[in-house]
Structure formats: C-alpha cells, structure tokens
Design a protein around this ligand. Structure first.
Ligand SMILES: C[S@@+](CC[C@H](N)C(=O)[O-])C[C@H]1O[C@@H](n2cnc3c(N)ncnc32)[C@H](O)[C@@H]1O
Length: 223
C-alpha cells in the first residue's frame, strides 16, 4: 500500500515542523495536556497517536508518564527520538488498523492535530477503546466547522464530517461536535470536557477553529 499523503507531507516538512508550529501559533498540545492533567499520574502509560516530533506528549513525559508513540512519518519520528523522552516509538500508517498493541495496554491515549487527516474516525476510536484500560483518559483535537471553510468544503457527510481545502497538499476534514459525541458514546467513552478554540495564526487568511476533547473509557468494558 502507498504511504498516505498526510505522512509524506510530514516527512518533507519534519525538519521545520517545530518552528512552523510556533509560527502557526498552535497551542492544541498545551490545551490537551492542561485538560488531561487532573486525571493522569506519574508512571501511567500513555500512547500518543500521530506523535510526530513529540510536542503533544513531552509535557506528559515531564510529569513522569511513560510515553509510547506511533506515527507514519519516519522523519518526524527521528526528531522525536532525538528528544529522548519516549519509551517506544513505532512507524505505522494509521490507515492500516488494527493498531499494533494488545487490549487494555494503555492507561491513557492522546492525539493532537492528527484526526483532521481522517474523515471517518470510527475505526480509530474503536481501536482506542480496545487498547485503553477501563477508566482511561482519551484526549484529542479535531477541526471544527467554520462558515468560511464550510462554504469552500465539499458536501458534508451525513455522519457529520466534511473535507476542506488546506494549504497542505493533502485531504483534511472538519468534524461536528454531534458526530464526535455520538462516536465517543458508541465506543464506550464518557465525554468529560470539550473546548472550542481559535488558532490565531496572525495571517489574515488563516484562522482555524478547533475542538479539544477529554473523554473517559467506561470503568468496566462490556463491548
Ligand atoms: C500535525 S502533525 C501533529 C504531530 C504531533 N501530534 C503534535 O501535536 O505536534 C500530524 C502527525 O500525524 C501523522 N500522520 C498523519 N497521517 C498519518 C497516518 N495516516 N498514519 C500515521 N501517522 C499519520 C504525521 O506524520 C504527523 O506526524
């Protein structure tokens, strides 16, 4: 199978990625960390899906959690590895589920700035539900619908997500709150927190609207 485009663009941009994130004024990683902080403990095992260069899980590592990462981009993973905070990094295309982890392996799972590369999130959420322990925390971001993007977007899938044009040479999607809520519920999660936030890049034509979520896996799994 060919490498997904969303991986290739990150292989190409990996060396500049951390700098680009600062210029874009993306604080989604800090937001997810802050929203999850009250539920995590040192020594907990956390998986970062689409770990990239590690910006999302580094604050959890500083808090004493054991970090596992998975990402399709070998170049992003090389930079993450050089920061020497992750216990295990796997190169893996997230389109090829199942994820390479056993059931109930992680205390918590996060994913920052990744799910907008996927329209239908159900296969990934089902996998998160399988590999996370009962009571575990799932923190993530998605892109929300904005009027401007909705006007430019293709037709919205009845499920509640639609594709939009981006500066990056790859497909991107925005997801509705009701779609995410329904999916979380269907996969056995209780939504604990949801925050809508703007990314104010400073460039007039780039003002993205996102959601950050924190959900909890049911204390006893019957699915
Ligand atoms: C915008 S970066 C976010 C990186 C990191 N989570 C952060 O917050 O800085 C998106 C990451 O998702 C990864 N990614 C995108 N599509 C993927 C796929 N199909 N399989 C695996 N990784 C993918 C990219 O390689 C990249 O590292």
């Amino acid at each position: 199978m060919n490498k997904s485009d969303s991986i290739t663009v990150h292989d190409e941009e990996a060396a500049e990625y951390d700098q680009q994130v600062r210029e874009y004024r993306w604080f989604g990683t800090e937001i997810v960390f802050g929203m999850c902080f009250e539920y995590v403990n040192p020594q907990d095992r956390l998986l970062d899906i689409g770990i990239g260069t590690g910006l999302g899980s580094l604050p959890f590592a500083k808090t004493g959690l054991e970090i596992f990462g998975i990402d399709g981009s070998g170049e992003m993973l090389k930079i993450c590895n050089s920061k020497e905070f992750a216990t295990d990094l796997k190169q893996f295309d997230l389109q090829n589920i199942p994820l390479p982890y056993s059931d109930n392996f992680f205390d918590h799972v996060i994913s920052c700035g990744v799910f907008h590369f996927f329209g239908d999130l159900e296969p990934l959420f089902k996998e998160v539900s399988r590999i996370i322990k009962p009571g575990g925390i799932f923190g993530f971001t998605v892109f929300a619908h904005t009027t401007e993007k909705t006007e430019k977007a293709g037709s919205q899938n009845p499920e509640g997500y639609s594709e939009f044009q981006s500066d990056w040479d790859t497909l991107m999607f925005m997801h509705s709150d009701s779609y995410i809520e329904k999916l979380l519920q269907g996969c056995g999660f209780e939504m604990l927190k949801c925050l809508k936030f703007f990314v104010l890049s400073g460039k007039e034509d780039i003002e993205d609207l996102c959601y950050a979520y924190v959900a909890q896996s049911a204390p006893s799994k019957s699915r």
